[in-house]
Design a protein around this ligand. Structure first.
Ligand code: MOS
Length: 751
């Protein structure tokens, strides 16, 4: 019936839910999408960082004269001649979340730290100038590893508690008839976005313009303004395209500040692009962890205790502590749960958020431990998880806003063919004699929202422009946000244009925490509703309009028209409404943020279940993931094509975490020995298995008005454990050190 259709349109519209292709796709495949380093303003100079080759000590000498004397070198900036900054790079209060290295002194606190900046007319001259500096050092011994400089942090992640205790975990552990006690290790990992960090900076008096990839343009604008003592309105950040961010591009680091400083000192635009190897140091990484899990179980398979103790490496000068153990408060019901974090001060760059902070490394350990617990109870891993399903949030007892995890388990298992799985390991071989193993893991992520606002203009031709600083780092935000705008405006998505990715647009918030679509989308939805309400005001007050007297509540936006709810045939197009009112356009603003009143007492999480098949060469120990099936429930799905793409990306990173990625750090020099994409392994196409991501329907009336939870990070979380558990199922040996490497599986498989 018309009424039903209308109300469905009101709630869901007709654009959201469509698997549209990326708006930016053609620009990207034809090379017309401009990334930061593609900019070459008139008169631009090139800057190159010189970085330390030791991890701890002092720079005692730099051959500045040699660098300066090199043809076409314009400026050499060191801690000796660096002018003061208005904001303190050592400060952590106020605008800046991280301490950073901007040549404030001669201290070296990690290998790869910027120790000078050479600015020249050409990239070659700047590179040669940096090489001529030939630094000498006073070297102090490098402190590395999880057993040095240990301390208990005040908080982990971004303000999460370092320890949580519920029930008497020690008593439950000693009373439990069954239990496991296992320690897992995860290595340092680096974001390694396709596009390295880059800044093109220009000053015009006190106005600073920066072309630089950034996940949070307004936050960055405030940070730059603080460092240079100018008002935020005087800083313009343009970030129309970002070649991957993963958390690294949400936070300013030393090189960013130095590039802007070099432009100010030389009076000319300056470009600084980090080399691939310089990405391993100043711009964050996923911290190394060691995690001990002790689980207690009844013989029925019911969990009675979860104790998760995580140690994470951090730098000597700042405290980003990977919040790995927090996952143990999120997934399984247990009368006693204890979560503790410690940190170890190392001579390394400060770690930071990397896609699925805490939960990627934490769930790798927890999901492997759960598999071990199921084995100890003689249970199928899926049955074990179902037996310990958290019907309410563990510890708090809060009801879930929505939780279709059970459906994820069932649909994923069915699609994968899990029911045929032998419980014991080493029972399956393929035709070539390879050992075959099946494993599973539970995926989980938070549903944070930040704060955003948006402006929408409806034009006299009936089209609309959305203004937001929201950014697209490859995840597809622009397309999804256009779909949300189109629905709130009652327009076809083709009529919606986005102005985005610059700090002089309304604050689109942070593209991080899997919360961008929810946050910027809510602001856009509200802005669309606001402008529609203004159109309705104009029309319903005009005695010449077919909508006259219908009142605001009596009309609905559809097909570029406002129509009466009581009579669909009576309506008026946006161009007609504007023309009659003598206006060329009309605008509306909206805000997006979490509404605690709407959430009420509900716990908010997205969930999923990932099933993996691996094949292990019994002679060579080589592991290949051959199949991955994930089923995810993350609230309303705005664009299933792009959401699947996000989930595939996360799942591939999960394969990478499980089998490929690790920074190898030299214990003496503290240098990352594989600081390039030749030796820092990430999956290539041949490593990527057949992938399936099933989207499980979930209506959520509490998380936000759109019902969107977010999908950017969850794909990694279940996958790492699923692959590790499949390796056990194939080989019969538990390998508790990530990534699982041939040297570990050789011993396991040659039995
Ligand atoms: Mo993310 S690690 O919130 O970009």
């Amino acid at each position: 019936m018309p009424e039903t259709r209308l109300s469905q349109n009101l709630r869901y519209g007709s654009n959201a839910g469509q698997p549209l292709t990326r708006r930016d796709g053609i620009l990207k495949v034809t090379g017309r999408a401009t990334y930061a380093a593609d900019n070459h303003p008139e008169g631009m100079l090139y800057a190159v960082c010189a970085v330390s080759t030791i991890a701890r000590g002092r720079v005692t000498h730099l051959d500045v004269e040699a660098a300066r004397a090199h043809p076409h070198v314009v400026k050499v900036i060191t801690s000796d001649n660096r002018p003061p900054l208005a904001g303190d790079p050592d400060g952590k209060e106020g605008l800046f979340a991280f301490r950073l290295e901007a040549l404030q002194n001669d201290r070296v606190r990690y290998a790869g730290q910027p120790i000078a900046l050479v600015v020249a007319e050409t990239l070659e001259a700047a590179t040669e100038g940096a090489a001529l500096l030939k630094p000498r050092y006073e070297v102090e011994p490098t402190r590395l590893g999880l057993d040095v400089g240990r301390f208990v942090p005040e908080a982990v992640g971004v303000g999460s508690p370092a320890s949580i205790a519920h029930g008497d975990v020690e008593a439950e552990l000693s009373a439990a008839p069954l239990g496991i006690d296992a320690t897992y290790e995860t290595p340092p990992q680096y974001h390694n976005a396709m596009e390295p960090h880059a800044v093109v900076a220009s000053w015009d008096d006190d106005r600073l313009t920066l072309d630089t990839p950034n996940q949070a343009p307004h936050m960055a604008r405030a940070a730059y303004a603080g460092f240079f003592g100018v008002s935020p309105e005087n800083v313009l950040i343009r970030t129309p395209f970002i070649g991957g961010g993963f958390g690294s591009k949400a936070i300013l680091a030393g090189p960013h500040v130095l590039a802007a400083l070099a432009a100010r000192m030389t009076g000319r635009p300056v470009k600084l692009a980090l080399t691939r190897s310089q990405m391993f140091g100043p711009v964050g990484h996923r911290a190394q962890t060691r995690q001990r899990l002790r689980l207690g179980m009844e013989t029925s398979g019911r969990l009675t205790a979860i104790d998760h103790h995580a140690i994470a490496a951090t730098s000597s000068f700042d405290e980003f502590i990977e919040p790995s153990a927090g996952v143990s408060c999120m997934l399984y019901a247990s009368p006693a749960i204890a979560v503790r974090h410690e940190a170890a001060r190392n001579d390394i760059g400060t770690p930071g958020p990397v896609r699925a902070p805490g939960l990627a490394s934490g769930s790798a350990a927890l999901e492997a431990a759960i598999d071990e617990a199921a084995q100890a109870c003689g249970m199928d891993p899926l049955d074990f998880r179902l037996a310990n399903y958290a019907e309410v949030e563990p510890i708090t007892g809060k009801p879930w806003s929505s939780k279709a995890l059970r459906e994820c388990y069932v649909r994923g298992a069915t699609e994968f063919g899990w029911s045929g799985r032998p419980r014991a390991p080493r029972r399956m071989r393929d035709d070539d004699g390879f050992l075959v193993g099946w494993g599973m893991g539970t995926a989980v992520f938070h549903c944070p929202m930040f704060a955003a606002e948006a402006r929408i203009i409806v034009h006299g031709d009936g089209g609309a422009t959305v203004e937001t600083s929201a950014i697209d780092m490859g995840q597809g935000a622009l397309t999804a946000l256009a779909q949300i705008a189109a629905d709130s405006l009652g327009l076809d998505v083709e009529r919606v244009t986005l102005r985005f990715g610059a700090s002089d647009l309304p604050d689109g918030g942070v593209a991080g925490g899997s919360g961008h679509t929810a946050t910027a989308g809510s602001a856009i939805d509200a802005a669309g509703k606001a402008v529609v309400a203004r159109l309705a005001e104009l029309a319903t007050a005009d005695s010449d309009s077919p909508l006259f007297g219908a009142g605001n509540v009596g009309v609905v936006a559809r097909g570029g028209r406002l129509i009466r709810k009581d009579d669909e045939r009576r309506g008026e197009s946006y161009p007609d409404i504007l023309a009659r009112a003598g206006r060329v356009e009309i605008d509306g603003w909206g805000k997006g943020a979490r509404d605690p009143a709407a959430v009420g007492d509900h716990a908010l999480q997205a969930h999923g279940a990932v099933f993996a098949e691996v094949k292990v060469d019994p002679d060579l120990g080589q592991v290949r993931v051959t199949r991955l099936v994930g089923a995810f429930a993350a609230g309303r799905i705005i664009n299933p094509r792009l959401v699947k793409s996000q989930l595939y990306g996360g799942m591939i990173w999960g394969v990478s975490f499980a089998l490929h990625e690790a920074a190898s750090v030299d214990r003496l020099s503290g240098r990352v020995m594989n600081a390039d994409l030749g030796e820092y392994h990430v999956p290539v196409n041949a490593d990527v298995p057949s992938l399936e991501a099933l989207l499980i329907h979930e209506d959520d009336a509490y998380v936000n008005g759109l019902g969107v939870k977010g999908v950017g990070e969850i794909g990694i979380t279940g996958t790492v454990g699923a692959v590790a558990n499949a390796v056990w199922h194939a080989t019969g040996t538990r390998i508790r050190k990530f990534p699982v490497r041939i040297e570990d599986t050789v011993a396991a498989s040659v039995a």
